[in-house]
Ligand binder design. Structure first.
Ligand code: SF4
Ligand code: SF4
Length: 679
């Protein structure tokens, strides 16, 4: 009775303290900027099933860490029954959750609990080994961008693991002791066969300490288990283990719009143009900050981190989270702050260099087990830099000027948009002359202005002409879609360019658009609907694959074998899930032997050109393309195949820098199909 009273007081104090801390966190969330994440409930429930309860990213990710987390997660869910039962035993030795006594349905649950206690124990031992002995860099931080993290003691992670270990050992000793000192009790006997592992512990306690010792051990385990649970509960909101509470909601509230569609700013009614203060993040972005497990899977995949730039996505998010916790008053202050000075965090908490280092490749988001979103946050802060501060790398002045004055980042005259056809001696129909063409071939600026990529454009047009497709191009009328401007944060410029492009396309009543550039593909497919442009956007690989299958393009025999590796472009791959079609084409081409890079498909590393980097200068010792080219060279290829004009440029530069351009050929798969086509 005394024990029950003391326990009740301890529980009330612990839960009260926990509720108070949680309320503080909740207030921050409620004060953040609104965003609608309550739509498409069936999609959200499915994502929760797959990513939260199915632990998909852990199971398909790096091992053994992934399976360790899977078992610890499920162990905790199952051990939740044990926690409630052990708390209830403060008031009755025969307390069971209704329906879960061994005489009803409790037997199998008890067996599962028994097994999971041991499984979790083993997982925790392995996890402690990783923290104390093997030291995987992912856990301790990547230099130089995560220098701060590398200097931390990481004591919290070890303490939490010791807590978990104590909880599962406590459960086994508690139940093992009961099997000894309550032997003969009908409820205990009904459950005995379902607790084989606790039974083993009980036999050990009985033989080592006798019945009295077993009872003492069981009682001590009960107190220890329950007090650690309460301490754990209170540690959660103050640590990275807050994800235990926020991780599942974070998955549920994931972005359900296409990953490649950035948020459209309301330029007419906005008072600010980008994110620069902590209270300007949305509640979902704040939930992201709460939910980070600090696992480092994002930083491990980030090309900026790998190439030695100052950006590591984990560190960026942790800096924001720490700032939020240290300055809650800035989030809670309403409107202009009512006396609370709201600091500009861009340039201080998140340095300009960090923001400009991002290639928007989405490798971080793809890797994150709790589906934290990065690109939107980074672009939101770039929007502030560009639109409110006019602070951006000097090289971009020319890029923006080219887009503003000539309508394209190359800054070349629209009259040059058909030079590729003239040079190749091709008669390509213009949409103005063939308004009923079934397809519009949207060439894109890289395909029209970049000398190397003009060859791919001509190659693709020849294939389309020979396959007898009813298509046309816009020629000098073709507008840039502005994708680069949007990724660079120049939303105003993007919106005006996108709207002009949509108006032109709608004026021609265009329905089907073929593109040979993943960046054009992504923005026209996923972002143009924001401007009233709804088209069937078909990428070159899909179209060519279809033409080959239908026999419109026939392939020559080829006896020579060519080792080829395929580099996935971020904007076809991770943004739009186009992984298999380019590979299917390569495998259909006679003589091709496809060897995959270690990082391929959704784990592929960026070529380094995305997010506006096509127009920025990388320091010579921090070039992403050199890392990626090295990964390709490790497959010992005769040829590297790409499907993006930006990747073409980056790989050609990289192969030259590595003096491998004589030995290894760089081709766009479109050119490869033309080389092997029989007309
Ligand atoms: S989008 Fe790519 S470059 Fe940017 S933070 Fe994520 S992984 Fe790094
Ligand atoms: S953002 Fe995601 S992947 Fe990165 S450390 Fe946090 S939980 Fe891990």
């Amino acid at each position: 009775m005394v024990s029950a009273v003391i326990f009740t007081l301890v529980v009330l104090a612990a839960i009260g303290h926990f509720a108070h801390t949680l309320y503080g966190r909740l207030r921050l969330l409620m004060a953040a900027r609104p965003v609608d994440r309550f739509d498409r409930i069936p999609d959200r429930l499915m994502a929760t099933l797959v990513y939260a309860f199915g632990q998909k990213k852990f199971v398909v990710g790096e091992q053994p860490a992934g399976w360790l987390h899977f078992f610890i997660f499920w162990g905790f869910i199952i051990l939740g029954v044990q926690v409630v039962t052990m708390f209830g035993r403060a008031y009755s030795d025969h307390f069971y959750i209704p329906g879960l006594s061994p005489r009803v349905l409790g037997g199998p649950v008890m067996l599962l609990r028994d097994v999971m206690e041991v499984v979790v124990f083993v997982c925790v031992v392995v996890a402690l080994y990783r923290w104390i002995v093997s030291h995987p860099p992912r856990l301790f931080g990547f230099r130089p961008a995560e220098e701060r993290l590398t200097k931390q003691s990481h004591a919290e992670a070890k303490i939490i693991l010791l807590f978990i270990m104590t909880i599962v050992i406590g459960g086994l000793v508690y139940d093992g002791g009961r099997l000894v000192y309550m032997a003969g009790d009908p409820a205990i006997e009904a459950g005995r066969m379902w607790e084989p592992l606790s039974g083993l512990v009980g036999r050990f306690l009985s033989s080592a300490f006798g019945v009295g010792g077993a009872k003492f051990a069981s009682d001590t385990a009960w107190w220890t288990h329950n007090l650690i649970i309460l301490a754990f509960l209170n540690l959660l909101p103050r640590s990275k283990h807050f994800h235990v509470i926020t991780g599942i909601p974070n998955v549920f509230f994931k972005k359900t719009e296409p990953a490649g569609a950035l948020d459209k700013m309301d330029l007419e009614n906005s008072e600010r143009f980008g994110t620069s203060q902590i209270d300007q993040f949305t509640w979902k972005q704040v939930l992201d900050m709460f939910s980070c497990t600090e696992c480092g899977r994002c930083s491990a995949q980030c090309p900026a981190t790998a190439s030695g730039k100052p950006l590591a996505p984990r560190q960026l998010l942790l800096n924001l989270r720490d700032y939020l916790y240290e300055h809650p008053e800035q989030m809670l202050a309403k409107g202009d702050g009512g006396g609370v000075a709201k600091e500009n965090i861009v340039g201080t908490v998140v340095a300009d260099d960090v923001l400009w280092s991002c290639t928007t490749c989405r490798a971080c988001e793809e890797a994150c087990p709790v589906l934290i979103e990065y690109v939107d946050k980074i672009v939101d802060m770039r929007r502030h830099l560009v639109q409110e501060e006019a602070r951006f790398p000097t090289e971009l002045t020319r890029t923006f000027k080219g887009m503003e004055t000539q309508g394209n980042p190359w800054g070349l005259s629209a009259e040059k948009r058909m030079d590729w056809a003239d040079a190749a001696g091709l008669e390509v129909p213009l949409l103005a002359n063939n308004p009923n063409a079934e397809y519009l071939y949207y060439v894109g600026c890289a395909g029209a202005f970049d000398d190397r990529n003009k060859k791919t454009t001509a190659s693709f047009a020849r294939l389309l002409l020979k396959a007898g497709l009813n298509f046309a191009v816009l020629g000098p009328e073709e507008p840039c879609n502005g994708e680069t401007a949007r990724r660079l944060g120049n939303e105003y410029l993007y919106q005006s360019m996108a709207q002009m492009a949509v108006d032109l396309l709608n004026g021609y009543n265009v329905k089907k658009i073929i593109v040979n550039c993943p960046h054009c593909f992504n923005t026209m497919k996923n972002e143009f609907p924001q401007f009233g442009g709804n088209y069937e956007v078909i990428h070159a690989a899909d179209l060519l694959s279809d033409l080959i299958k239908r026999g419109k393009i026939q392939l020559k025999e080829e006896r020579r074998h060519t080792n080829v590796t395929y580099h996935d472009s971020c904007y076809y791959g991770r943004y739009n899930g186009v992984y298999e079609t380019p590979r299917e084409i390569l495998q259909r081409l006679p003589g091709m032997r496809l060897n995959e890079m270690e990082r391929s498909r959704n784990k592929a590393m960026c070529c380094g050109a995305g997010g506006g980097w096509m127009w920025m200068e990388e320091p010579r010792d921090k070039r992403v393309n050199l890392l990626r080219v090295q990964q390709a060279l490790e497959t010992n290829p005769d040829m590297i195949a790409v499907s993006c004009p930006f990747c073409t440029t980056m790989f050609i530069d990289g192969l030259k820098a590595k003096e491998a351009d004589e030995k290894v050929q760089l081709v766009n798969i479109v050119e490869l199909v033309e080389q092997r086509a029989k007309f």
